[in-house]
Design a protein around this ligand. Structure first.
Ligand SMILES: [Zn+2]
Length: 163
């Protein structure tokens, strides 16, 4: 059978369902304040430009936030559908190269998205200097292949101390 048009699944993804998915991912045990963690949160209408993006206010600390506040998705230039679709493709164990092709992104963007998603959608406040962390990961990877974990540990310590 010949398929006459190239089907773009991203355009078929419902935006409202995307927001529901995000809520389930970040608040699996029910909505809590993104600042203080209190459960006394009330809804405060929707975002002016993204009509399914729910806004909230905490009744304990009065903080205002919405579905995407403090997530890696806030202010990101990729639409929410792309992120959700990326998660779906990751669930199918597609390679970054395949994901990039499906999402029509360059490989660097796809790489960044998948590694961010793997770390979780809620943004972490990093305490470690990033370059040090990256170097350490590389060392573990390289030496892991060579089967010399002791060597890695030594060199890893050096990197941490050196900054
Ligand atoms: Zn609060």
């Amino acid at each position: 059978m010949t398929i006459p048009v190239l089907i773009n699944l991203q355009t078929l993804i419902d935006e409202q369902k995307c927001y529901e998915t995000i809520r389930q991912l970040r608040w699996p045990e029910g909505l809590v304040c993104s600042k203080c963690g209190a459960k006394s949160v009330v809804k405060r209408g929707f975002d002016e430009t993204q009509s399914y993006r729910q806004r909230y206010q905490c009744q304990t600390c009065r903080a205002r936030f919405d579905d995407l506040s403090d997530t890696i998705l806030a202010g990101h230039h990729q639409p929410l559908q792309t992120w959700i679709f990326c998660l779906y493709l990751m669930g199918l164990n597609l390679s970054t190269h395949q994901i990039a092709a499906e999402l029509e992104l360059n490989k660097d963007d796809a790489q960044q998205m998948t590694s961010q998603l793997r770390a979780g959608i809620v943004e972490k406040k990093p305490e470690v200097v990033l370059s040090g962390e990256v170097k350490l990961d590389e060392l573990y990877l390289i030496a892991g292949f060579k089967g010399q974990p002791d060597e890695v540990r030594k060199r890893g310590d050096l990197v941490v101390q050196g900054g």
